[in-house]
Ligand binder design. Structure first.
Ligand SMILES: [Zn+2]
Length: 471
């Protein structure tokens, strides 16, 4: 079975089936119901977030002979022809391979003719940022004054590469990454209908790996099926994508807690020799240590087997909260350091050794230093110690631990200085400077905005008459 089969087979056919883009779907349906569909749309967002699916549904909905509540019926003559690809009035073009001026010129000539069957001739141009400059210019003229019977739906993963002249002529919709919960939901439906036997934990692992892209999630699922396995579990998924098994991660953590340098180097070497990526190993170690910490504070953990939980329990008994926090912190640091290094393995191994010889005293002194910092900040009158800070340093529940981990992963040196800046005069200068320095995209987006608050750490921007959708 080819990967595209699953993806194509389960491509959403109605707006209702699109997951995680509620605001966009609602606006489009309302426009169709009110018969106020624009002549050019730009759908932007990451891979697999639903842009092409929405484009196809929209193209059918505007042409459907019997639309229901803004949705295409998918049953009339037009919908059926569109679905089986025989409707010549809906033209799909991939700008990655058709990016020349000639390609766009042929569209320019075509648009003058009336559609053959449908009400509108709809052009869906995917990866539109790949068009050449000449092609953009040619497209621009058509976008400016399109005939009544023509609609354009442009899709791109990189809107920042589009000329502002194109951006300003389109209604723009920004597609969000899809949440893990929504991806699991969608995968469950697909697995049920396709009779794929898969565990809940495996679905969750796929959702995390897909990073908000349904297409990637389905690609991983498809690879699992292709391997000919009847029952897919977490280990199967991990094996396939090169993530080390939990037993190895546990062994490594056990060795670190026992300060057994030889053992930690052996276990990690085994994982690397087995083809596991160092970043994946580190990420799994961070996650696992975080879970031990959660178990230590709440005595509860989902998604682990009984044997795995026993191991986690033992690790939780062996290590103090401070030690676990310090390991998470150090692992994140190793992860950051190796990102740009050409000597990843050496950096990784050195990091592992350091984790083993890191005496507890040092961990505590680090934490004391941090607490002292907060105290000093509190003494300065203008500083607020808000919730996120207190969570950062006193993780005592699952949510707080998660916050702690998130915080240390993005932690940057902060100079807390709430000096108040005259935002009314300062902000327009900032925006104007963007124009001068050629950052036109940013400039157009920030035009007519007000800065409500500016200090060294925060800029609060107010967009006039805008909600989720940027027009
Ligand atoms: Zn229809």
């Amino acid at each position: 079975m080819a990967y595209t089969t699953l993806y194509r087979k389960f491509r959403p056919k109605t707006f209702e089936e699109i997951v995680g883009q509620e605001a966009i779907v609602k606006t489009l349906k309302n426009q169709i119901i009110a018969d106020r569909v624009g002549h050019a749309y730009l759908l932007s967002g990451g891979r697999g977030t639903g842009k092409t699916s929405v484009a196809k549904i929209l193209a059918r909905a505007v042409n459907c002979l019997n639309p229901k509540n803004g949705e295409p019926c998918n049953e009339c003559e037009i919908c059926k022809a569109a679905l089986n690809g025989s409707l010549t009035d809906i033209v799909e073009m991939d700008a990655a391979s058709n990016n020349s001026v000639e390609d766009i010129r042929s569209i320019k000539e075509e648009v003058n003719f009336l559609p053959t069957l449908a009400k509108y001739r709809v052009y869906i141009i995917d990866e539109v940022h790949m068009l050449s400059t000449g092609a953009f210019n040619a497209l621009l003229k058509t976008l400016e004054e399109p005939p009544e019977h023509v609609k354009f739906i442009l899709a791109t993963t990189e809107p920042q590469k589009l000329p502002t002249t194109i951006l300003s002529r389109c209604q723009r919709f920004d597609f969000k990454k899809i949440s893990e919960e929504n991806i699991v939901k969608r995968l469950k439906i697909i697995c049920n209908e396709s009779k794929i036997d898969i565990t809940e934990k495996a679905l969750f692992v796929i959702a995390v790996l897909s990073e908000g892209a349904v297409r990637d999630a389905l690609s991983i699922l498809e690879r699992c099926i292709q391997d000919g396995v009847e029952h897919i579990d977490e280990d199967k998924v991990k094996e396939l994508v090169g993530i080390p098994k939990i037993t190895y991660i546990n062994k490594a953590l056990k060795a670190i807690l026992e300060c057994n340098i030889e053992e930690v180097l052996n276990v990690t070497k085994e994982m690397i020799d087995d083809g596991k990526d160092i970043s994946n190993i580190l990420w799994e170690m961070i996650k696992y240590t975080k879970d031990i910490l959660i178990y230590k504070t709440s005595n509860k953990l989902d998604l682990y087997s009984k044997d795995e939980l026993n191991e986690i329990k033992q690790r939780a008994e062996e290590a103090s909260k401070e030690r676990l926090l310090s390991i998470i912190y150090d692992l994140s640091e190793i992860e950051n350091n190796i990102k740009w290094s050409t000597q990843k393995t050496i950096m990784f191994q050195t990091g592992m050794i350091k984790l083993c010889i890191n005496p507890n005293n040092e961990d505590i002194s680090n934490i004391i230093k941090r607490v002292e910092n907060i105290e000093n900040q509190l003494k300065g009158k203008k500083i607020n110690l808000d919730d996120s800070n207190s969570k950062n340093y006193a993780p005592n529940s699952k949510k707080n631990v998660d916050n702690y981990v998130d915080n240390i992963k993005t932690e940057k040196p902060k100079t807390a200085n709430n000096k108040v800046i005259d935002s009314e005069n300062f902000w327009p200068k900032v925006v104007d400077n963007l124009k001068k320095s050629g950052k036109i995209m940013l400039y157009t987006n920030l035009l007519k905005t007000n800065a409500k608050k500016i200090n060294d750490l925060i800029v609060e921007i107010e967009f006039p008459n805008r909600n989720d959708t940027i027009w």
